[in-house]
Ligand binder design. Structure first.
Ligand code: HEM
Length: 278
């Protein structure tokens, strides 16, 4: 009896740990710009059930940031309010943190209560967070608006959705920020340069390898593809650190230098093109 049980228990443990690692993946990062002052000006998460980590930082009280997420009837609205478990963020009192108001498609408003302080280790960026509040509820069909209103200099992450698949983000008023300056037909994700939609699609290794120069520099990092062309000249750690990554999988080089540093990770997120498909 014992001999039969042991392999079974081992198999169950393996399945359980695989399930855990699958659900422990990172949320797709979206960084709110200083111009995203209202939900209408900010990005729209086309499918609010897909997990996104929306980051917002504020220089002073009174500043606002907004974004939107679309949901269908029968789906769930899942929202989490997080801060870095690191000074100065984790030293701020609740009254100094931005207020998150969610407005449903039919106009009902809910302010997220900051009533917990649960530690959370995010494996993708190797970053320690604290959950301060969360809600999950049945969604109304339509577009939810999220408004953050700052009470002091601060930075927060609002996680939306829980499905770990690539999602789409639309920015109505801005040109696609990640498109290469001289795109080629084969390598460009957006069908037309006049479109303002930034679409997250998949890219193959061949497509990444075709963008291997300082004028077209793509790299795979953690199974996502980034257009680093514009970052080459701006990188504080020197141009060659980035040109070295063009057309290759830069995961090891990036993590070796920047593991656990939120600034390089959020900067990287701003160059996101789409998922890497092998
Ligand atoms: C691929 C994308 C990369 C991004 C988005 C990125 C981003 C950044 C950012 C935002 C900083 C400034 C950090 C701060 O001020 O807190 C930085 C600094 C730095 N990076 Fe990177 N980095 C990347 C790749 C690399 C690689 C591959 C290397 C090394 C091989 C590297 C080496 C450095 C060094 C040495 C600094 C510090 C410069 C200084 O303090 O003077 N970076 N990087």
């Amino acid at each position: 009896m014992r001999k039969v049980q042991l392999p079974l228990i081992t198999a169950l443990l393996v399945i359980f740990s695989l399930a855990l690692s699958a659900t422990a993946q990172a949320h797709q990062p979206v960084v709110l710009l200083n111009t995203d002052t209202t939900p209408a000006k900010g990005p729209l998460l086309l499918d609010g059930t897909i997990s996104f980590a929306v980051r917002a930082s504020f220089a002073k009280s009174g500043e606002t940031r907004g974004f939107r997420a679309q949901l269908k009837a029968g789906q769930s609205l899942a929202v989490q309010y997080l801060i870095l478990d690191k000074s100065p963020e984790n030293k701020l009192k609740t009254s100094q943190l931005p207020i998150l108001t969610i407005t449903s498609p039919t106009g009902s408003k809910q302010i997220i209560k900051l009533n917990e302080r649960t530690k959370f280790f995010e494996p993708y960026s190797q970053t320690k967070y604290l959950y301060l509040g969360r809600i999950t509820k049945a969604a109304e069909a339509g577009i939810y608006s999220f408004t953050l209103s700052a009470k002091s200099k601060s930075a927060v992450t609002i996680a939306v959705g829980d499905r770990e698949v690539p999602g789409e983000v639309i920015r109505g008023a801005l040109p696609a920020p990640t498109a290469s300056s001289t795109p080629t037909q084969e390598a460009t994700p957006t069908p037309s340069p006049t479109l303002t939609t930034q679409t997250s699609v998949g890219f193959t290794r061949q497509q990444v390898e075709a963008n291997n120069t300082a004028t077209k520099c793509w790299s795979i990092i953690n199974d996502n593809v980034y257009d680093l062309t514009k970052w080459i000249k701006a990188h504080p750690g020197g141009q060659s650190a980035i040109t070295f990554l063009c057309g290759t999988d830069g995961t090891n080089a990036f993590l070796a230098q920047h593991r656990g540093q939120p600034t390089p990770f959020s900067r990287l997120a701003s160059f996101y093109l789409g998922a890497y498909i092998e």
